[in-house]
Design a protein around this ligand. Structure first.
Ligand code: HEC
Length: 142
C-alpha cells in the first residue's frame, strides 16, 4: 500500500462511518418522534372516546368505568381496587392479561372479546387509533 492509498482508505472509512452515524441517529430520532406522536394522539383519542367513563391519574376516582392507571400488564377485572364490586363477572372470569394484543381486540369490539362486559362502548374501527391509545395506556405507569 502506498502512502496515498492509506490516506484514501482512512478518509473513505471516516466518511462511511460518519454516514452510518447520521443514518442511525436519524432512525433513532424518527422512532422517538413516532412514539411521542402516537402517545400524543393516544391522549387526544382517550379524551374523546374514553375519559367520560375512565380516569387515568394514579389514585383518581373511578367513573362509570374503573380508573385505568397501570392497566397495561394487569389482569382484567383486577386493576382498580375500588372498582372490585362493580366489575362484571364476565371480565373477572376472563383471565385476560391486558397487553397490546388483548387490548387491541377489546378496544376493537369490547363485547366480541369479553361477552357481557359492562363496558358499553362500540369500539374503535381504526387500527392506528387503537395502536395510539394502547401506547398511551402503556405510558401511564412508565
Ligand atoms: C360508557 C362508558 C365507557 C366508555 C366510553 C369506555 N369504557 Fe372502558 N370500561 C367501562 C366499564 C363499565 C368497564 C368495566 C367492564 C366490566 O366490568 O365488564 C370498562 C373496562 C375497561 C378496561 C378493563 C379494565 C380492567 O381493570 O380490567 C379497559 C382497559 C378499558 N375499559 C379501556 C377503555 C378505553 C381505552 C376506552 C376508550 C376507547 C374505554 N374504555 C371507553 C366503561 C367505559
Amino acid at each position: 500500500m502506498t502512502f496515498f492509498s492509506i490516506i484514501k482508505n482512512k478518509l473513505l472509512y471516516k466518511t462511511l462511518s460518519l454516514k452510518i452515524v447520521i443514518i442511525l441517529s436519524l432512525i433513532i430520532t424518527l422512532n422517538n418522534s413516532n412514539s411521542k406522536e402516537f402517545k400524543k394522539d393516544g391522549e387526544k383519542l382517550f379524551k374523546l372516546h374514553c375519559s367520560a367513563c375512565h380516569s387515568v391519574k394514579r389514585g383518581e376516582k373511578d367513573k362509570v368505568g374503573p380508573n385505568l392507571y397501570g392497566v397495561y400488564g394487569s389482569t382484567a377485572g383486577t386493576q382498580s381496587y375500588s372498582f372490585q364490586r362493580r366489575y362484571s363477572s364476565s371480565i373477572k372470569q376472563s383471565n385476560v392479561v391486558w397487553d397490546t394484543k388483548s387490548l387491541d381486540l377489546f378496544l376493537k369490539n369490547p363485547r366480541d372479546f369479553i361477552p357481557k362486559t359492562k363496558m358499553t362502548f362500540v369500539g374503535l374501527r381504526k387500527i392506528s387509533d387503537r395502536t395510539s391509545l394502547i401506547k398511551y395506556l402503556r405510558s401511564l405507569n412508565q
